[in-house]
Design a protein around this ligand. Structure first.
Ligand code: NAD
Ligand code: UDP
Length: 322
């Protein structure tokens, strides 16, 4: 092992974002430990890394403590799509809260730097637009999204208390909707849903009237932001927003994906899920100023790469002359 090689733990490393992060960290020559319980992640996402001498896979549930020796921790473990995190909401809160406690305890014991993958969901259905880090949010404590939103909010609280109380070297990033290859095809998130539906010429399910907005960041841009935050100055711990400020309505997104795939799909309207935020757009001035970071990949280009990925899967159905 090279003297300068860092040992880096990625929890949730077999998931969508975690696996892309492992790719970058392994390629940079770090010794990477990928920890996952495979709830939503898959071995396929990291199969190409298993052969690398500087990559190691640990099957473990983050709700249980674990003893490891590492220099850095990226805490990514948590189901992220509404249908996945609402499948077992008690477990979702446990993963966020007990997972954070376990990882912060580990960071404290071995003096590791630790980054939390927080979320724009901490802003809930925001009353200010675009969202800045100073906004405290508008979150329902008892709704179907609360297990995720409040779990992530409590995790942020724990990070800042370990920072103040125990001097743990923390970083907190608030990730806005991110998309790209290796999204779970059935996770119900809007980009994967619309792409899979379009490629299969199935109806495109727009919830509500489709006027609600989101801002979509391509995965490579996001990973660059995460690494810059981890490697940045110790006096900048966050929270910092990472996302792409380009804001689109769900109807615009549906029309764009239908056009790009040359699909025969029709748009249909379904009920808007409870507590679905009406608008979301990150203010990324802080990330620009402190990390010199901003996304580079436009939605159309990122969607093209994502569509190509799903085309190579089994999602181009021939059964859709409906
Ligand atoms: P994902 O579901 O693909 O990845 C989550 C990973 O965590 C999976 O591999 C899953 O198996 C693992 N996991 C879940 N519970 C676990 C547990 N108890 N123990 C061990 N592993 C566990 O989701 P993602 O999109 O890659 O999200 C990664 C992180 O980023 C999450 O913490 C999520 O909240 C955050 N985030 C993602 C987005 C986004 O748009 N993708 C936005 C905001 C925040
Ligand atoms: N959405 C939609 N059709 C779908 C899936 C999602 O219209 O098939 C909408 C959803 O109601 C929300 C937006 O797309 O307004 C983003 O949903 P997603 O689950 O991807 O992310 P989140 O709501 O967590 O931002």
């Amino acid at each position: 092992m090279k003297h300068t090689q860092k040992r880096i733990l990625v929890t949730g490393g077999a998931g969508f974002l975690g696996s892309h992060l492992c790719d970058r960290l392994v390629a940079a020559g770090n010794d990477v430990l990928c920890l996952d319980n495979f709830f939503t992640g898959s071995k396929e996402n990291i199969a190409h890394l298993i052969v690398k001498p500087n990559f190691e896979l640990i099957r473990h549930d983050l709700v249980e403590p674990i003893l490891l020796e590492v220099d850095e921790i990226y805490n990514m473990a948590c189901p992220a799509s509404p249908i996945h995190y609402q499948y077992n909401p008690v477990k979702t809160t446990k993963t966020s809260v007990m997972g954070a406690i376990n990882m912060l305890g580990l960071a404290k014991r071995v003096e590791a730097k630790i980054l939390q993958a927080s979320t724009s969901e901490v802003y809930g259905d925001p009353a200010i637009h675009p969202q800045t880090e100073s906004y405290w949010g508008n979150v329902n404590t008892i709704g179907p999204r609360s297990c995720y939103d409040e779990g992530k909010r409590c995790a942020e609280t724990l990070f800042f208390d370990y920072y103040r109380q125990n001097r743990v070297n923390i970083r907190v990033v608030r990730i806005f909707n991110t998309y790209g290859p290796r999204m779970h095809p059935n996770d119900g998130r809007v980009v994967s849903n619309f792409v899979v539906q379009s490629l299969s010429n199935l109806d495109i399910t727009v919830y509500g009237d489709g006027s609600q907005t989101r801002s979509f960041c391509y995965v490579d841009d996001l990973i660059e932001g995460l690494i810059r935050m981890m490697d940045g100055s110790d006096d900048f711990v966050g929270p910092v927003n990472l996302g792409n400020p380009g804001e689109f309505s769900m109807l615009e997104l549906a029309e764009m994906i239908i056009k790009m795939t040359g699909s025969r799909s029709k748009i249909i309207f379904e009920a808007l899920p409870q507590d679905d935020p009406l608008q979301r757009q990150p203010d990324i001035a802080l990330a620009k100023e402190r990390l010199g970071w901003e996304p580079k990949i436009k939605l159309e280009e990122g969607l093209m790469r994502t569509i190509e990925h799903f085309k190579n899967g089994v999602y181009e159905s021939k059964t859709n002359d409906q």
